[in-house]
Write a protein that binds this ligand. Structure first.
Ligand SMILES: [Zn+2]
Length: 452
């Protein structure tokens, strides 16, 4: 049984590697050629969805269709109509959710499907299933990103660590399990494991490349600076959480490499920073990305949208067409000097971290982005923090690096109050120290708006 499992993983890894080569060959397509490739894949997807999905048959007109003539979709509706939306009738929402809850290790549903869930800020679970080809495309995109970071398959095999989601249903955990064969050696570590355990495992494994949530990487930077962790990395990337400039500087100092940003969503949109470190190239040869405002109208480059509509061009079993993803993005108006023609997001905020709306001096409100709280990460005494909005202001929960810094609260309160004041906000700031922060699903939400 396990031998069979291993053989299948090997063949999947082969698929990932093959796809990554195709994707890397598309990095610098002429814009017109890229648009043609996208359109061809889109029409094939729309025809497939219309033929095989009862849900999409109602929504997609016959013949070649302009994407904007297909209604946008939100996660609640996707989950509501899940059983009609998928193209394999064996996939049933309630059964899948029940099945995935009881998994204790990496497994396939019906011997062929990857099943993943997302928590989402609405509290409603999202369910995403990929078939063999689709899952290899996810792996291929991950390898594409790591190739950009300078991680190349080599002998002896490259050693990668993916420090990721706590749940086996999370994409990073399954990604680690899938890629851990072949030319790379991959160790998947849980971000919720005690830091002493992470340090011991990392010192034993000696990775060349580490990918971690930003807050988890920061925790490891502290261990590296203290000499308990002894990594010699050739590449480092962070994903899923806010990484401020101050955090980037500290990670660079601790590990001697400039960290890259890797962007991955379970919906299937992935992206990565190139060597210019100026925004994230979205892999829009594999997904169509529409940046839209609150009313669903397209937002021009240079301006922040309210959410993005994602059309996944490679998931055939669960077609994702114009699905709203709650990321606040600004598309860079200029092509990247690196020559890659993939669209570039100048900034991605939101999703895990909320944009706060705080009272302004003299009435009205001021929008405060997660990055505005970078003054907190600049303080060396801070291990990690979380900002929670409260009536009339914010409460900053801080886990200090060591006890016995009696000035910490006052210092942070002043720094945050000053930063908010410069934005024109009139907000009360409280700072409270605590032992640990909650990480539902393994990720830390750094900024939390008031519910409602
Ligand atoms: Zn670039």
């Amino acid at each position: 049984m396990r031998a069979n499992y291993h053989r299948r993983r090997l063949s999947w890894f082969g698929g990932c590697l093959k796809q990554s080569k195709v994707f890397l060959g598309q990095d610098r397509l002429a814009p017109a050629e890229l648009a043609r490739l996208r359109e061809e894949r889109l029409q094939a997807l729309l025809a497939h969805a219309r033929e095989r999905s009862a849900f999409y048959r109602e929504r997609i007109p016959a013949g070649p269709v302009a994407l904007e003539h297909v209604p946008a979709l939100d996660k609640a509706e996707m989950m509501e109509r899940y059983d009609d939306l998928v193209t394999d009738p064996r996939l049933r929402r309630d059964e899948l959710l029940g099945w995935v809850e009881t998994r204790r290790r990496d497994e396939f549903f019906e011997d062929r499907y990857r099943v993943m869930t997302t928590s989402g800020s609405s509290g409603r679970k999202g369910l995403f299933v990929y078939d063999r080809e689709g899952w290899a495309a996810i792996g291929g995109q991950f390898l594409r990103g790591s190739t950009w970071f300078g991680v190349r398959p080599k002998l002896p095999r490259t050693r990668m660590v993916i420090l990721g989601g706590a749940a086996v249903t999370h994409m990073s955990a399954q990604g680690g399990a899938s890629l851990g064969v072949g030319v790379h050696r991959v160790l998947a570590l849980r971000v919720t494991a005690p830091v002493e355990e992470q340090v011991a495992a990392l010192n034993r494994f000696r990775p060349d490349y580490l990918n971690a949530y930003a807050s988890a990487a920061m925790r490891l930077a502290e261990e590296q600076e203290a000499g308990r962790l002894r990594l010699s990395l050739s590449a480092l990337s962070t994903s899923s959480e806010l990484r401020t400039t101050a955090m980037t500087e500290r990670l660079t100092a601790a590990f001697g490499v400039h960290p890259y940003d890797l962007y991955a969503t379970t919906e299937g949109l992935l992206g990565a920073e190139c060597e210019r470190h100026d925004g994230i190239h979205l892999f829009d040869d594999n997904c169509i990305v529409e940046n839209v405002d609150d009313d669903g109208r397209p937002v021009p480059p240079g301006e922040p949208g309210a959410r993005v509509l994602v059309t996944n061009l490679y998931n055939r079993v669960q077609p994702v067409i114009r699905l709203a993803v709650a990321d606040v993005m600004t598309i860079h108006p200029e092509p990247c000097p690196c020559g890659r023609t993939l669209v570039r997001a100048a900034a991605i905020e939101g999703r895990r971290d909320d944009v706060l709306s705080l009272p302004a001096r003299g009435g009205g409100t001021v929008s405060v982005l997660p990055a505005h709280f970078s003054v907190i990460t600049r303080d060396r005494a801070v291990r990690e923090f979380q900002v929670r909005q409260e009536p009339g202001g914010v409460r900053v929960l801080v886990v200090p690096c060591a006890d016995g810094d009696p000035e910490l609260e006052a210092r942070l309160r002043d720094a945050v109050a000053r930063a908010l004041g410069e934005l024109g906000a009139e907000a009360r700031v409280e700072v409270e120290r605590c032992e640990a922060l909650a990480r539902p699903g393994g990720k830390l939400q750094i900024v939390q708006a008031m519910p409602g």
